[in-house]
Each structure stands twice: as structure tokens, then as C-alpha cells.
Design a binder for this molecule. Sequence first.
Ligand SMILES: Cc1ncc(COP(=O)(O)O)c(C=O)c1O
Length: 411
Amino acid sequence: MTSPSEPPFEGVRVRANARSGLVRYVPGESPADVAREAGLTPADVAKLSSNENPYGPSPRVLAALREAVGDPEVLLRYPDGASRSLRAALARRHGVAPSWIFVGAGLEDVLQAIAARFLEPGAAAVMSRPSFAMYPILTRLFGATAVEVPVQEGRHDLAALAEGVLRNEDVRLVWLDVPDNPLGTTVDPAALEAFVAELPDRVLLVYDEAYAEYVAPGAAPSGVELARRRPNVLALRTFSKAYGLAGLRVGYAVGHPELVELLEEARRPFNLSALAQRAAEAALEDEAHVLEVVRRTRAARKRLARELRELGYPVLPSETNFVFVPWATEEARRLLASSECPAGSLPGKAREIAIGEAHVRLKRAGVVVRPFPPLGLRISVGTEADVDRVLSAFRALRDGEGTPQGGAPTN
Ligand SMILES: Cc1ncc(COP(=O)(O)O)c(C=O)c1O
């Protein structure tokens, strides 16, 4: 809404690549907005659109935060701009020196620093389609070309990604999320090793393992381990998922000190608040809490995937805190179908509705998932109660309930 006193905008000059309008990141909808739209109370809405951890952080984090906010000195002083104590704790965790650790206000901040330091007009970055939505956005924001390589059988096509790198002298980096967001799938460790061996030394591999804690042992290569061996690999981790701290914004990269030093030049001076630094450090001290979160999430994920399949929905294999349901589209069939997942088919009445319509109907039932047209829907796992709600909403979609034709009430 424009206020009456607003002067007309004449158009200040912006970067050449921004003139045509850049695509923005669209965050998951809030339960309050969905509740209002659907005529429900926020407590009746399961927000399963941002892959958050419904169990929250360790009680130790809450105690550390309570102590910190009780101390005005913590609040009135600037925080340690270098996040020394947190970086030392992370370095101990990963068996490296603190000079190997770069911290950011969430991985978004780390990704931004990487893009700022390595990308520019004339440069290119290679990534899978689909993978994390910020990769093409940041690549274009910094004026570089986004080379998007379609996934194959629901997984990163490492051979095609390597080809994309080797054919193009302008490529500076590869954005690779393992597991992939939104698909939840991983890559074969031997195939990744071959991919990395083929990567020219001048090309940086940004190995984003935001969901690393959820991955079963051996199901995906360890980025941190790779970064320790290869000077052109950065491994990315976050406190937003298994550590339950998405609201405080803490993420980090592990990599060769020279890479970290380059990123330091692009870092905002006080990028992590004092509270975020203390919370993350306290979270690291309670590994048992993270293990319990992961155990519960994996159990709920297993049931969600099994029962969705029993309802007749295809579900991609997942090593994360979400699952992906491919829709009955030509693209889903072409990119996602494999012996593990018969993408392209849907049960009953679900076959008759588009992804956008499914998203809207699920919302009316109080289940907020993330649509990825034309491929399908991504559903965060949530709690066992959330899983119950998802299953009943997907059963209703299959049976055509809650539709104008079906005649059942929509809320
Ligand atoms: C693959 C991937 N990378 C990075 C991020 C950003 O995480 P953060 O909350 O640390 O900014 C996400 C968040 O969903 C993600 O899925």
C-alpha cells in the first residue's frame, strides 16, 4: 500500500543485471496467515513448509539464552565480531583449527559471502535443478550465469554436472546440496569422489550438507571430511535443522584456511548476534538432544513415507527431515521416476488436480506443505501428530473429499 505522502519513485540506478527484476526467495507461509485464510486457529495448522525441527533446541540452549538476556552487558555491547568462542567449539567438534571455520547468520549468510567473493558478471555457477532455491538467485544477484543441470531419477546427475563444469571455462563454483533440497535424496559416495577428482582445482565445490545430522551413517559422503582433504571444497552446516535454532540464524562453513580468509573479506563485521553465538555453543554441548531429535524425526519420516505409499502416492527416498511427493506431470516422470519411486502416477482423485490446487486444499485442511511446480510437493516431517494430519489430508485428496465436487466441507 502506498501512503498518500509518498513521492513518485523516479528509479535510482541499479546493477545492470537487476534492471529486469530478480527472482526473490519465497519463504514458507506462516501458520497465522494460513489459519486466517482457512478459518482455523493457528494451533490447528501444521507448518510443514520450511523443514524446521518441531522439537526445538536443547534445554541447555534455553538456559544459556535466559542467562544471556538477564545480563545487560551481553545486550548493550557489540558481540565478538569474529565469533571466536563458537568457532573454537566448532573446530574442536570437527577436529580442525579455528582458521578452518567460517560462521554466518544462517547458511543464507554464508552462501551470500561465497557468492560475493567468487561470482561476478562473466562468471558462471553450476547447480542441479531442482536444488536449494537460493543458488540460482544468488548467482544472478551477483551478475553471474546460472547453469542448471536437471536431476536424473530424482538425484543429482553428477556426470552431467561435471560436463557442465568442464565445458565452460567461466565456471567458478558448483553449488551442490547433499541431501538435495527439495528432493531429500543423496549421492553415491564413490560417484561423488569421482566427481571431485574430475573437478579442476580452480573450481570451488560448495558442498551444502544442511541436513547432515539426519543422514544415516554411510548414506551420503561427509562434506567436512572432503573439505579436509581438498582445498577447493567448502562444507556447509547449519543450526537451523537438527539443532532447532532456525529463528536465531547460525550456519557455518568448514574449509581450507585460505578459502575461509577469502570469505572473511566479504563478511559483515558483527554478523552473529551475541545470543546466536551463545545459543549455538550451548547446542553443541548437548549432542544427546540432537541424536534424540534425529531418532524421532527418522521414525516419523519412515511412517509418513510408508503410509503415503500405502495410500498410493509415490515418495522419493529421503535422508532428511522432509519427504517429496512427485506429482503426475511429464516433468516429474522425466526427472524423478526410478526403480525406487514410480513418479508420474497418483491415486484416485488426486490425479485430477494440479500441484497448486493440491497445495491450496491441503492448506484448507490445516496442512501447509511447499509446492514445487511442475515436480511435486515437499512435506516437512514434523511430529507424529503432524504425520497423522498429513496422512488424513492426503487421504482426503485421494478420495476427493473437501472438494467443491465432493461436497464435503473444506474446513
Ligand atoms: C540445502 C539448504 N541450504 C541452506 C539452507 C539455509 O539454511 P539456514 O537456515 O542456515 O540459512 C537451507 C534451508 O532450508 C537448505 O535446505
